[in-house]
Design a protein around this ligand. Structure first.
Ligand code: FAD
Ligand code: PYC
Length: 416
């Protein structure tokens, strides 16, 4: 892996990018791999990276129908936190948080993880009871979490309207200081470069169109570039997971909805933390470039159009202006949508399937970016050993039969 000296960095900054080394190869698909990962988003690439790094499994292909990180990895608003209510999910997201804390060093790639803290606001007595309950649960799990009153919130975010005349006055918040944001592209690129350097083939513009299944066991995939054999297949296709499950002959308890985000024109630094409100229903942070990064809940209908409807945009911006009247005249630059795969309990699926050798990692819905390293880490172990990693075990598809759901709607951050 190439490392640049200070001199090297200056030389490259002044060059026209000639002779730059490619960060990953563009290989021709082999006939067969030990493991195929479907989906070159952050989760798929992280899975391939940890398979190679931690388990020495390098005869691996990541198959991506578009370009790397062009799905929800590129479309999300990059909030990273681990303040989930139940032990099972708190353990998984906190595992991820610990990996985030060393990720730039591990990948030798700056993923710009900025632990600027996340506030989840409370506007009613019931909000404040829920916040206190979740903070208590977090602390019992060793997760940094505090319940703040309105005055403490105001000290952290002076531009937030914490006055009594607000329509939904801020009563307090939960506060996770180690939470924050990261640079989404860099996460995909860092994992891709690390995986490629260890021998993983990254196959872009390659779409999986079906599965080769023999006597109930997966033996490969059909693609638009021909059939490719595999001993094990991990499907990490986010909003397209339901489509891929159908190709393999089973159904998953998932709904696919658009989730939108917006960015404003760039402003001077005014907001140095992340503010989320489930009640007024909008969230906001400021990127290092200066734009305000804004979102709210899913669009209520099912679909695969990566756009969303205008009424959700209007509602989202009403919520932001309600909380931050100071932003009422800021202009929005761009809006987009991504397709999120939501489960009935707002928790992911990390699981074996009815087809032997075929595993699914999906259902992260509106909140999987924060889980990228942790999800890849435990899914790699699951694929390598052929059985669930202990942190993945509670998230098996079986829970929809046994009833052992892990309901995280309250901690999901955005309504769905
Ligand atoms: P993706 O990045 O979508 O990767 C899946 C890949 O599979 C895609 O690249 C796709 O092209 C590929 N694929 C699909 N079908 C096939 C096929 N047949 N053949 C080959 N390849 C295929 N989470 C947070 O934690 N914090 C946030 O602030 C946050 N904000 C969000 C805001 C928005 C607007 C959206 C849409 C999502 C947000 N999320 C957030 C959720 C988060 O983006 C996702 O949970 C996470 O990025 C999923 O990562 P992934 O790698 O599984 O999916
Ligand atoms: O899971 O924290 C989250 C989140 C914020 C915005 C979308 N998802």
């Amino acid at each position: 892996m190439q490392r640049y000296s200070g001199f090297g960095l200056v030389k490259h900054a002044l060059s026209h990018h000639e002779n730059w080394q490619r960060q990953w190869r563009n290989p021709t698909p082999r006939k067969e791999y030990d493991v195929i990962i479907i989906g070159g988003g952050g989760h798929g690439l992280a899975t391939a990276y940890y398979l190679a790094k931690e388990h020495g499994i390098t005869n691996v292909a990541v198959i991506e129908k578009g370009w790397l990180g062009g799905g929800n990895t590129a479309r999300n608003t990059t909030i990273v936190r681990s303040n989930y209510l139940w032990d099972e999910s708190a353990a998984l997201y906190e595992h991820s948080m610990k990996l985030w804390e060393g990720l730039s060093q591990d990948l030798n790639y700056n993923v710009m993880f900025s632990q600027r803290g996340v506030l989840n606001l409370g506007h009613t007595l019931q909000d404040m009871r829920d916040i206190q309950r979740r903070v208590n649960a977090n602390r019992l799990n060793g997760i940094d979490s505090e319940a703040l009153d309105a005055q403490q919130v105001q000290e952290i975010v002076p531009i937030l309207d914490c006055s009594k005349r607000a329509r939904y006055p801020v009563m307090g918040a939960s506060w996770q200081p180690r939470a924050g944001v990261a640079r989404h592209d860099a996460v995909a690129w860092g994992f891709a470069r690390g995986a490629d350097a260890r021998g993983v083939d990254i196959l872009q513009q390659t779409e999986v169109t079906g599965f080769k299944i023999l006597d109930g066991r997966v033996v490969g995939v059909h693609t638009n570039r021909g059939d490719i054999g595999a001993k094990t297949v991990g499907c990490v296709a986010a909003g397209n997971s339901g489509v891929l499950a159908r190709m393999a002959g089973f159904r998953l308890p998932l709904e696919s909805h658009p989730l939108q985000a917006l960015v404003s024109e760039p402003l001077k630094p005014v907001l140095d933390t992340v503010v989320m409100s489930n009640h007024v229903h909008g969230y906001i942070s400021q990127s290092d470039k200066g734009d305000l990064v804004i979102g709210a809940g899913i669009d209520g209908y099912l679909g695969y159009g990566q756009r969303g409807s205008y009424s959700t945009v209007e509602h989202t911006l009403q919520a932001i202006v309600e909380m931050f009247p100071i932003f009422s005249r800021v202009r929005m630059n761009r809006q987009w949508g991504g397709i999120v795969d939501t489960c009935p309990d707002a928790c992911p699926i990390l699981s074996a399937t009815p087809v032997k050798g075929l595993f699914f990692n999906c259902g992260w819905g509106t909140g999987g970016f924060k889980a990228t390293p942790g999800s890849g880490h435990v899914f790699a172990a699951t694929l390598a050993k052929g059985q669930a990693h202990p942190l993945a075990a509670p998230f098996s598809i079986d829970r929809f039969h046994t009833g052992a759901l892990v309901d995280e709607h309250g901690a999901a951050g955005v309504a769905h």
